[in-house]
Design a protein around this ligand. Structure first.
Ligand code: ATP
Ligand code: NCN
Length: 200
């Protein structure tokens, strides 16, 4: 099977994430997209992040009824920073015949050379980069300097209609008592309100 691996903090998941995953599924002819909530995102300030259990529950509501999207919560059960290289290794061991495609937004592609063991990641997965509003498509100089020109052959691009949304925007809007309707699925919106998330 061709499996898309889409990791994120998802605090909360929003419609930009969902459209991105669906466009990758279609354009890269993936059988499934596995959404992987980060236990402890390596490059983010982790204090104040919503509990993994709640971020996972929001994911469940968001993808309910879509058999092509699957949540894999292995990073929530692992201690320490959630390095993608470790996640891919674990997934390769448990699903040795799958082909994995690591899906990341343009901001993450720009920083990819700073990730832990990018070379080992690219040995285990093909990389799919996706455009993101206000992020110019990165020149991959830093990556080719580090890994050589052949790295280019391991990266492909999916283009989606730009959705200028971030989880930060949504948290901010909730804090300011503004509407987040149509920015995230209705069930996620209700979950946020029922659980009083993002109010301080
Ligand atoms: N609107 C968007 N368009 C394209 N890619 C996106 C978009 N939002 C998030 N992504 C990508 O989704 C992945 C997970 O993102 P993440 O969960 O950190 O969301 P975020 O909206 O960037 O969150 P935050 O605002 O908290 O930093 C990253 O690879 C990121 O580049
Ligand atoms: O492995 C790394 O070094 C690494 C560095 C930064 C981000 N990541 C992963 O990239 C995904 C998106 O991260 P973030 O911080 O944008 O939510 C998430 O799955 C992180 O675990 C991974």
């Amino acid at each position: 099977m061709r499996i898309g691996i889409f990791g994120g903090t998802f605090d909360p998941i929003h419609n930009g994430h969902l459209l991105l995953a669906e466009q990758c599924r279609e354009q890269a002819a993936l059988d499934e997209v596995w959404l992987i909530p980060a236990g402890s995102p390596p490059h983010k300030e982790t204090t104040g992040i919503t509990a993994g259990k709640q971020r996972r529950e929001m994911l469940e509501f968001a993808i309910a009824g879509n058999p092509s999207f699957v949540i894999q919560d292995l990073e929530l059960h692992r201690d320490g920073p959630s390095y993608t290289v470790d996640t891919l290794q674990q997934l390769k061991e448990s699903h040795p015949t799958n082909d994995f495609f690591l899906i990341i937004g343009a901001d993450s592609v720009r920083d990819f050379h700073t990730w832990r063991e990018p070379e080992a990641i690219l040995e285990q997965a093909h990389l799919i980069g996706v455009n993101r509003p206000n992020i110019s498509l990165p020149d991959l100089g830093n990556l080719t300097d580090k890994l050589g020109e052949t790295v280019i052959t391991k990266i492909s691009w999916v283009t989606m209609p730009g959705i200028d949304l971030s989880s930060t925007d949504i948290r901010q809007r909730v804090r300011e008592n503004k509407s987040v309707r149509y920015m995230t699925p209705r069930a996620v919106e209700v979950y946020i309100h029922n659980n009083r998330l993002y109010l301080d």
